[in-house]
Design a protein around this ligand. Structure first.
Ligand SMILES: [Zn+2]
Length: 362
């Protein structure tokens, strides 16, 4: 009995040491919304220097939500942000509507910085699950209020209208200027890409709300998600305690819903530019985990035609909505081995919590 206890204690200590040795200082989560395996495949076929070719650790994520075979973005992002499955349309609340603790909340509690970079509104379902709690993903004015209270350090994306009252061409019924609230809290505010670039690297906390609604699609933008990612990382890296950032290629999903193949491939290029920036940062830093995945597949897409060099790819679709096809996981950096194999989407969230804090218990 004593021997057994000693063995258990020894194993527990070994596990702890093991866990600490893989604990990354920084975590970069990249989510390609709607990015099924065939999206990554099309991107690899088209782009000879695709950053996806660099990954050695690859897994498969089963994306079903708590109540549906086919998830929506809210439940999908909640699983990654909290480690729990929930119902479709729910943003980081459980199936009974009670708030679920998020990886951003825990990172902030531990003294790390947090960041969000998206091409949709910053209050959309995917970023919303990292900064808000509601059973209605469409309540973006509520999510805006919640994220301002949560003190996320770096925020880049669209959706300025959810921070402004209706009387000021915004969407808020409560007549509140959340932009003033941010400035009073000491945040810098940028309302265009050039204003974002003017922020000095020493600016610790800022919101860059570049459009009233989502950002233009990548074809109609003169900056990439990679540019935005690089900028966010240049600020977050100043926190000696580390950071957690979520970067979303939001409009990959929109192109998939609309069966717009040219736009889909362009959005994948845009997302790939962010993956490249994340890998450049992680390789130089040597203590950063890069984790890429998706919340679900969209459109039942596959490549059905094209040239050997990857040009003129033709894509076909079997659905106008999401599908339950499992999606890929690509990991690089300390802790990457946890993401090998097949897992449920909320396992990704639980593993991220573990890497952030090996003592955290679910
Ligand atoms: Zn989605």
């Amino acid at each position: 009995m004593i021997l057994r206890s000693v063995v258990i204690l020894f194993l527990a200590a070994f596990n702890l040491i093991n866990a600490q040795s893989v604990k990354p200082k920084n975590i970069i989560i990249l989510i390609g919304d709607g990015m099924g395996i065939n999206y990554v495949g099309a991107s690899i076929l088209q782009d000879s220097i695709s950053p996806f070719k660099e990954f050695k650790t690859i897994g498969l994520s089963i994306t079903c939500s708590a109540d549906k075979l086919i998830t929506d973005s809210a439940a999908g992002a909640t699983a990654i942000a909290t480690g729990y499955l929930t119902n479709n349309k729910y943003i980081s609340v459980d199936t009974l509507g009670r708030p679920l603790y998020t990886i951003f909340e825990h990172a902030e509690k531990l003294g790390l910085s947090t960041g969000l970079v998206v091409t949709a509104t910053v209050t959309h379902a995917t970023p919303g699950a990292f900064v808000g709690h509601t059973n209605d993903r469409n309540d973006q004015t509520l999510i805006a209020s919640q994220m301002v209270e949560q003190d996320v350090d770096v925020v880049i994306g669209g959706g300025l209208k959810y921070f402004l009252p209706k009387s000021f061409s915004g969407e808020r019924d409560d007549n509140v200027f959340l932009t003033d609230r941010l400035v009073n809290k000491g945040y810098a505010l940028a309302k265009s890409y050039s204003e974002l670039n003017e922020l000095s690297d020493t600016t610790r906390q800022f919101y860059a709300l570049l459009e009233m609604d989502g950002l233009p699609e990548s074809l109609r933008r003169d900056y990439s998600l990679g540019d935005l990612t690089k900028k966010a990382l240049s600020h977050l890296k100043n926190d000696s305690d580390g950071f957690v950032i979520m970067i979303e290629g939001s409009q990959i999903d929109w192109a998939g819903h609309d069966h717009k193949s040219k736009e889909l491939l362009e959005e994948m290029k845009d997302f790939s530019s962010a993956v490249t920036e994340a890998l450049v940062f992680a390789k130089a830093d040597k203590n950063t985990l890069v984790l890429i995945t998706s919340d679900h597949e969209t459109g039942g897409m596959s490549v059905t035609k094209g040239n050997l060099d990857g040009s003129e790819l033709e894509l076909s679709y079997t659905s106008g909505g999401h599908t339950p096809s499992p999606v890929g996981i690509f990991a690089y950096g300390p802790g990457e081995e946890l993401f090998k194999g097949t897992m449920n989407i909320n396992d990704i969230g639980q593993k991220l919590f573990f890497l952030l804090d090996p003592t955290y218990k679910f």
